[in-house]
Ligand binder design. Structure first.
Ligand SMILES: Nc1nc2c(ncn2[C@@H]2O[C@H](COP(=O)(O)OP(=O)(O)O)[C@@H](O)[C@H]2O)c(=O)[nH]1
Ligand SMILES: [Mg+2]
Length: 657
């Protein structure tokens, strides 16, 4: 018999109405290379969605959306990129789905890579299910894998399938809830077999754990467990749906996406366990009644299709040409098998792309009276300055840059007024490289990337008195001004001051403001080429000419005095020093400390990261110039898990640079 698909058709009624089931949405998330895209294709194929033209595998950096129908229920599946640098894209998608399918491998040594994802799901209250993929290559016991995963999850993980092995190879599984055994068949539904005798004990153990986990949340089941009675399947499935929807437990399923193994079992679990849009709406605080409302989780400029706003429709229906939150819906697209297709309307629960809705940004909720949460982009950890070969491309480039930032909230584009550099900052080297490639493709402009300039400053270490005289005779009317300035160092952070101690009107009052302005202007660029900070300038004395003196003449004389005076006052370079907080799993804390010390960092200490069991936060003061590639090395020394935040702390003398 084929893997049973309809046996438990008395599904929960929350989303079912006479008109049929409301569309549900899931996101496939998990580490890079775990098989999310393979699973995405396999789920769509198993559901009979039209095959896609090009299998877009490999290093996926974009979210993919697919629509399909499984046993009469409509679904949207989001294949999310897995790299840490794309984590914000995944977080945006997770904000609008009913459940996350965490795709991972049975590799206890790398279980820690799932920590941040589990934490996000827990903190946001997003229901989840774990799919341990590549079960065809399982080495070691599934028990060890589960224990390693459990160590990363605050939610209780319950194993729903026990692998059946012949030698080392996994050839099938026992379904723990139904106690049925199945043998995998490549690319086909599994075949039910008799429960192998040697499996009984292991199956009973897993079943005991499942029941115990559920009994904690269900009194009726608790009674049966305590009395050693065998519960009916429905007595298991109902509390399972509830415990999963509330995030109390996370089911763990097994399979091999590439071999097509375990897919129908996964579909069945999705069908029964994934909360309905109405349940998710309740979780998110969305009113059931009201005008149509959607939440945008991604914005894309899709060539001829124009600007697409991918959104979950929390309250429908909407029609093409109709309006949403006062904006006209220029188009509606669904993605059967992953290919865009125009549709006339969309209903509550659907994930659709809204076409040409100007002014709509990622995170917006057109039509909402309620305030919905949406993840804030993480602070940038890597930056590049871009330069173009041809200045006349500037306008085209700035338009493309704006679209790029709009598509990717984890990317910031700023113009550094000091260096005149356009600085693109984001989540890592690959993130920025991909962004610049998209930029070049979209704008047709050749861009080069360089290191962003560090905002050096300079100051002086010695007080000087500088006398300067301007005397010019050009024809009749001349220019005359004479100033004597004292230039003194001030403490770090004290800033610039100007004062005067002129006696006897040696410099008339009316010229003194011009001296002060010129002195301050001269700090814009000091003898070392950087802005000068923390100095006091005092006008001590001077002289003037009743006809030839003017504001301009006193300004010029002051500039000369500043230029000469600063150069003689023992100028010194000041470099910005940032306070850096690295967060890493505790086993990598020594690596983080070593890395900071090697970058002229002054370690301030470390402590347990609040709310993150097993993680530390290492604090240090590090020169900004040393932070440019920090994230690359940090990740390579922490299984990709380390991250950091920085903020300017102070300026420090950089002698000998
Ligand atoms: N052995 C095995 N390999 C798989 C399985 N599923 C995916 N892969 C392979 O794992 C690699 C990464 O898959 P992909 O779907 O691109 O991973 P993603 O980064 O999570 O989207 C590819 O080479 C796949 O062929 C599976 O079930 N078994
Ligand atoms: Mg992928």
């Amino acid at each position: 018999m084929a893997e049973s698909m309809g046996s438990n058709s008395a599904a929960s009624s929350a989303g079912r109405e006479p008109g049929g089931a409301k569309p549900r949405a899931i996101a496939l998330v998990g580490p890079q290379g775990s098989g999310k895209s393979t699973l995405f294709d396999a789920l769509l194929a198993t559901a009979g969605a039209p095959p896609r033209r090009a299998p877009a595998r490999g290093m996926s950096t974009e979210i993919r959306l697919g629509h399909c129908t499984w046993m009469g229920d409509p679904w949207a599946i989001l294949d999310c990129p897995g790299s840490v640098e794309s984590a914000h894209d995944a977080a945006c998608a997770l904000a609008v789905v009913d459940l996350a399918v965490v795709v991972c491998e049975a590799a206890p040594a790398r279980a820690a890579t799932l920590g941040p994802l589990f934490r996000l799901l827990e903190d946001q209250g997003i229901p989840a299910l774990v799919w341990i993929n590549k079960i065809d290559g399982l080495s070691g016991s599934i028990r060890d894998s589960l224990a390693a995963l459990q160590a990363q999850s605050r939610r209780k993980l319950v194993l729903r399938q026990v692998p059946i092995r012949e030698g080392e190879a996994v050839v099938g599984y026992v379904d723990v809830a139904s106690e049925r055994a199945y043998r995998y068949r490549r690319g086909e539904a599994s075949e039910q077999i008799a429960l192998p005798e040697p499996m009984r004990e292991r199956e009973a153990e897993a079943r005991g754990e499942l029941l115990e986990a559920l009994a904690d949340h269900d009194d009726a089941l608790m009674e049966k467990v305590l009395e050693d009675l065998v519960p009916e399947p429905a007595e298991i499935y109902r509390p399972l749906h509830q415990a999963e929807a509330s995030g109390a437990v996370v089911s763990v399923l097994l399979g091999a996406a590439e071999q097509g193994n375990g897919l129908r079992r996964l579909w069945k679990a999705l069908r029964h366990d994934v909360p309905w849009p109405a349940e998710t709406a309740m979780r998110l605080g969305i009113e059931a009644e009201g005008e149509p409302m959607a939440q945008v989780f991604r914005t894309l400029h899709a060539g001829h299709a124009g600007r697409l706003s991918f959104a979950r429709l929390w309250r429908g229906p909407v029609r093409e040409g109709g309006s949403l939150g006062g904006l006209r819906i220029g188009g509606l697209h669904r993605f059967p098998g992953g290919e865009a297709q125009k549709v006339p309307e969309a209903e509550t629960g659907e994930v659709v792309a809204l076409g040409r809705m100007e002014g709509l940004a990622t995170g917006d909720c057109p039509g909402a009276a309620e305030a919905l949460a949406f993840p804030a982009p993480p602070p940038p950890v890597h930056a590049l300055a871009i330069s173009i070969e041809d200045r006349k491309d500037e306008v085209r480039l700035s338009g493309a840059l704006q679209r790029l930032a709009e598509e990717d909230p984890a990317l910031t584009v700023t113009m550094d007024p000091e260096s005149s550099q356009t600085v693109v900052a984001g989540q890592g080297e690959i993130h920025l490289r991909a962004a610049l490639e998209r930029l070049a493709a979209a704008s047709g402009v050749k861009v080069k990337s360089v290191r962003p300039q560090v905002a050096y400053r300079e100051t002086i270490r010695q007080a000087v008195t500088q006398h300067s005289r301007l005397k010019r005779q050009t024809g009749g009317h001349g220019q005359f001004a004479d100033v004597k300035l004292e230039i003194e160092p001030r403490p770090r952070g004290a800033g610039f001051t100007f004062a005067e101690r002129v006696v006897g009107g040696a410099v008339p009052k009316r010229f003194i403001p011009a001296v002060g302005e010129a002195a301050e202007l001269a700090t814009k660029k000091g003898p070392l080429g950087h802005p000068v900070v923390d100095i006091a300038v005092t006008l001590l004395d001077g002289s003037f000419h009743s006809v030839d003196s003017s504001d301009m003449a006193f300004g010029t004389a002051t500039r000369m005095a500043m230029q000469d005076g600063l150069a003689k006052a023992d100028p010194v370079l000041l470099e910005p020093v940032d306070q850096v907080t690295i967060s890493v799993p505790a086993e990598y804390t020594p690596n983080a400390q070593r890395l900071l010390s090697a970058r002229r960092g002054q370690i301030l200490g470390y402590e347990a990261k609040p709310g993150w069991e097993g993680w530390d936060e290492v604090q240090a003061l590090v020169p900004a110039a040393e932070l440019q590639d920090l994230i690359i090395e940090l990740r390579s020394q922490s299984l990709g898990l380390g991250s950091y935040v920085r903020r300017f702390d102070h300026l420090a003398e950089a002698r000998g640079r």
